[in-house]
Ligand binder design. Sequence first.
Ligand code: FMN
Length: 284
Amino acid sequence: MQDRNESSLAARIEESLAARFGERLRVDPSLTGLDELARIAGHRVHRDFLDRPVEPALLRLLCACALSAPSKSDLQQADVLVLDDAQLRRSIISLMPEMPWLAQAPVLMVFLANGSRTPQLAMLREKPFPNDHLDLFFNAAVDSAIVLTTFMRAAAAVGLGCCPLSAIRDQAARVSDMLGLPERVIPVAGLAAGWPAREGHITPRLGLDTTLHQDRYRQGDLARQIDAYDRRRAAAHPYRRQRAVERFGEAQFYGWSEDKARQYAEPLRNDFGAFVRDKGFRLE
Ligand SMILES: Cc1cc2nc3c(=O)[nH]c(=O)nc-3n(C[C@H](O)[C@H](O)[C@H](O)COP(=O)(O)O)c2cc1C
């Protein structure tokens, strides 16, 4: 029974990765931890949730697991903010009108980069702090992203679904004021979570020939690789609508690269650097 279970887990991972990368990787059924690998390989974002609350004790457990993630130099520069207050939640959600589904998400959180504690340690312990530069911001943002990812893995393990929200930074200064974020504390991403209402699907990624390197960065034939990826992805999950048709016209074939090129033909969050500086980070 055990063997059959592990063989089917191995087969599930192989199928997920084939759907993801268009490549069959062999998975040894005798490996330990296949259930975790199966969840990681089968990752999918969830934006549609059941009308079922997430118990506060479970949420606290998942946050504690997330904050168990590794931390650069053990500096512990990531914080998690859970939005409980209904009025505050509505106000924050109203800043992201293109995502009406957020109103139905049982859990809304914000993952913060906290660059304030380390300089405060220097003050408290009466030490110099010659490290007030880009690295302070970068380390805190990386720590926060790792905690976010770890939260998503913990949530997936208990059957919850999640969607990160960079849109929380569309109006970062207003979010910062509403959440009372002090100097050098900024939102990295929001996160919506809940019990998934549907299974969701695996989003194909660029092939491993593009994103996995050995010894040296390999600059392959990007145009060919992107084209192959566009076609593989469109065969599984074609885009349902084209972006900015009035500006760029109707494309005969509309793939991922066309969509991303159109998305990034608009300026996005070009005030974010000013916000980060205003919050007291020095980016030199
Ligand atoms: C840092 C980050 C920010 C994201 N922000 C948003 C967002 O604001 N709104 C949204 O609907 N999805 C957001 N997503 C979800 C991505 O769109 C999703 O991960 C991507 O389409 C790939 O799908 P998958 O996660 O199912 O593989 C975000 C994901 C990440 C990692």
